[in-house]
Design a protein around this ligand. Structure first.
Ligand SMILES: [Zn+2]
Length: 141
């Protein structure tokens, strides 16, 4: 999804390093990626050099659907950063993905209240040519 008014988010990006670059580069290329263990097949996020499940050091990156259910959320009314001004109030969600990891991500521009357990899907927000970030939207409008 291409968005206007997202340039302010640029300064909120983390330091890109060898470990997290595949995640952020994936978003910039329009896909959600997670690490997957070559030994036990578990998916994981955030990235680490070993598997949280079995301890193996055979992690690779794979594209995932990233869909899931709403595990928890909070609605933020306070403006903490100017980037969020057009979206107040906005939601910060914890999504239980079908792959396994729980993702923490904003949900921007919602048109109705959310329900715990409802289906949500990724919505990649493009900031510029090499920066994009993960948000979620309800599967049902
Ligand atoms: Zn493993």
């Amino acid at each position: 999804m291409s968005d206007r008014n997202l340039s302010e988010f640029g300064e909120l990006f983390p330091q890109i390093n060898e470990l997290n670059a595949p995640f952020w580069n994936g978003l910039a290329q329009g896909e959600v990626r997670m690490q997957q263990c070559g030994a036990c097949s578990a998916h994981q996020y955030p990235a680490e050099t070993f598997c949280y499940e079995c301890g193996a050091g055979a992690m690779s990156w794979v594209p995932v659907a990233g869909e899931g259910t709403l595990y928890s959320f909070t609605v933020v009314h306070q403006l903490y950063h100017k980037a969020f001004k057009p979206f107040l109030p906005y939601t910060v969600a914890i999504v239980q993905t079908d792959e396994g990891p729980r993702m923490l991500a904003p949900m921007l521009g919602l048109k109705r209240p959310l329900t715990i357990g409802e289906r949500v899907k990724p919505c990649i927000r493009i900031v510029d040519n090499d920066k994009a970030f993960l948000t979620y939207v309800p599967v049902k409008e």
